[in-house]
Design a protein around this ligand. Structure first.
Ligand code: PEP
Length: 257
């Protein structure tokens, strides 16, 4: 951890196209009376956001969205704007998840526009970046990350506004093959160096870098122990409230260490 900037850990659940009333109830119940020294957010499918916000209104848990439109309003069937998300009570939004990039044709330019929209409406963007298996095997991970980070953040002024970056190697997402803590740290430290070039030391050192890709209650602690792993983005394991709670607890504990 940078000695000048103690970054508060953050854990984000990405439910993707999963969940239902049962998961909402068990998940909400699992957080009753819990306090964490970490920021915790859940990104459920849009349709469940309002229910979850109501149930979680007296808790410390935030609600986030899994996506945001690059458009502000108009004839864009199926889209949800940053302003709507903000009005609905959302605090954060994922941008550029690899599934959106590969299945819904998102690219660095659309991510850049979405980041601007989110920031302008007071949402904290969580920019997702990561290399695929071929790129990993070809050892061009950092080239890919460099391109994603610099293109997505081109022209993005932070001016004190918050953003997070989630490093999610595609080969680790949903495969059970998490990156080692050493790999995560190596890439995170590379991202930090690039952020220093873009925003200067103070701002770069305040930006939280999350790791995502087959995080479990068993590997969370070791990942979070790394200097530049400031949080976790959790897919599959977030669908089990007991497991997700354990991951949140590890994050909370890591803040004390
Ligand atoms: C994700 O898709 O953001 C993710 C991290 O998934 P999983 O934890 O299931 O690998």
């Amino acid at each position: 951890m940078n000695t000048n900037t103690k970054r508060k850990p953050i854990v984000i659940a990405n439910w993707k196209l999963n969940g239902g009333l049962e998961l909402i109830c068990t998940s909400v119940a699992s957080f009753i009376g819990k306090h964490f020294e970490a920021d915790i957010a859940i990104c459920p499918p849009y349709i469940y956001m309002r229910d979850m916000l109501t149930f979680l209104q007296h808790s410390e848990i935030s609600i986030g969205s899994q996506n945001v439109s690059k458009f502000k309003s108009g004839a864009y069937t199926g889209e949800t704007s940053a302003q709507m998300l903000k009005e609905a009570g959302c605090k954060i939004c994922l941008i550029g998840h690899s599934e959106r990039r590969s299945m819904f044709k998102e690219n660095n330019l659309s991510c850049q526009i979405k980041i601007g929209n989110a920031l302008n409406h007071g949402l904290m963007p969580i920019l997702c970046v990561g290399e695929n298996k071929e790129e990993h095997d070809a050892k061009i991970t950092k080239d890919m990350i460099f391109r994603q980070v610099t293109e997505c953040l081109e022209g993005v002024e932070l001016d004190g506004r918050k953003i997070c970056i989630a490093y999610e190697p595609i080969w680790a997402i949903g495969t059970g093959a998490s990156a080692t803590p050493e790999i995560a740290q190596d890439v995170h430290s590379f991202i930090r160096q690039e952020l220093i070039k873009l925003y200067g030391e103070e701002t770069a050192n305040s930006i939280r870098l999350l790791y995502g890709g087959s995080v479990t209650k068993d590997n969370a602690k070791d990942l979070l122990a790394k200097e530049d792993v400031d949080g976790l983005l959790v897919g599959g394991a977030s669908l089990d409230p007991g497991h997700f709670l354990a991951i949140c607890q590890h994050a909370s504990d890591s803040s004390a260490s």
